[in-house]
Design a protein. Structure first.
Ligand SMILES: Nc1ncnc2c1ncn2[C@@H]1O[C@H](COP(=O)(O)OP(=O)(O)OP(=O)(O)O)[C@@H](O)[C@H]1O
Length: 258
């Protein structure tokens, strides 16, 4: 486990009109680790992630990446840093195959023509690198894939672009038991390959199965950021539902600790 965070947010505020959704949020993300971002519905998880991804501009606070303070104004800025978000709805095109989906909008060309051979090779290499063996052919249409396989393709697509931080929004929400296990294994492998992984999840079993750290948001404030090995399910549930966990002795704000 590494000590230095690759991504550090400090004092992030975000409002939509008169409604302040994020209050003075600090958040650390470490390479080689899975950080679970938890919180009740409406706690601000998606908003925080969209700020990280450059979809929502932050109103105040600092965004540090690899020890430099950066300005992230658009998804392009975030992608340039190596930050990729895999959304719950996956945004894959059913009528395209796996390779086409992985390169959608960033196709490789040789002159004016699509460079299919290179894209195929890169897609195959990426899937291999993640030890993904569940898809039969990378030329398979995405419409024929299972939920777990689709999730895998979406994750591989994020990893293809030399990403350093991959944020996964509820990747197992729609999956059965076996597929959940496969996706969680993949999530773990991403971190073991050195990536910094942020996993948004409501599922405590998933959180405890793969995460190294847990960041708990409560009503738009970071209630605590702790090592998974230092807490119990019950303590995390308490953090999510009340923003406190008495027996942890944590502050209720800015808990970017551990
Ligand atoms: N574009 C927006 N305009 C106004 N309010 C918003 C906007 N996006 C989010 N909010 C509000 O911000 C709060 C946090 O929402 P957010 O989606 O970030 O929570 P969440 O923790 O991701 O919830 P869930 O687990 O339900 O997805 C909510 O009260 C929501 O209504």
């Amino acid at each position: 486990m590494t000590a230095t965070p690759i991504l550090r947010l400090r004092g992030i505020d975000k409002s939509f009109g008169p409604v302040q959704v994020l209050h003075d949020v600090s958040f650390d993300v470490h390479p080689g680790e899975v950080t679970a971002l938890v919180g009740d519905n409406g706690a601000g998880k998606s908003t925080l992630v969209k700020c990280i991804g450059g979809i929502h501009p932050i109103d105040g606070g600092e965004y540090w990446f690899e020890d430099e303070e950066v300005q992230v104004h658009s998804p392009r800025d975030a992608a340039a840093l190596g930050v990729e978000i895999v959304y719950q709805d996956l945004a894959l095109c059913d009528n395209l195959d796996i390779v086409q989906n992985m390169f959608l909008g960033r196709e490789k060309r040789r002159g004016l023509v699509l460079d299919d051979a290179t894209m195929e090779e890169m897609a195959a290499k990426t899937l291999e690198g993640l030890s993904v063996r569940t898809v039969k052919s990378i030329r398979q249409q995405v419409s024929s894939l299972s939920g777990g396989q689709r999730q895998t393709v979406a994750i591989a697509k994020a990893v293809l672009w030399n990403s350093k931080v991959v944020i996964l929004d509820e990747p197992t929400a729609a999956l059965g038991v076996a597929q959940t296990a496969q996706v969680l294994e993949l999530v773990r492998r991403l971190a073991d390959n050195g990536l910094a992984v942020v996993l948004i999840s409501h599922n405590m079993n998933d959180v405890f199965a793969v995460s190294d750290r847990i960041a708990a948001l409560y009503l738009g404030r970071m209630a605590a950021q702790i090592r998974t090995s230092d807490v119990t399910h019950a303590q995390v549930v308490e953090l999510i539902t009340s923003g406190r966990s008495g027996d942890l002795g944590l502050a209720t704000t800015n808990g970017a600790t551990a």
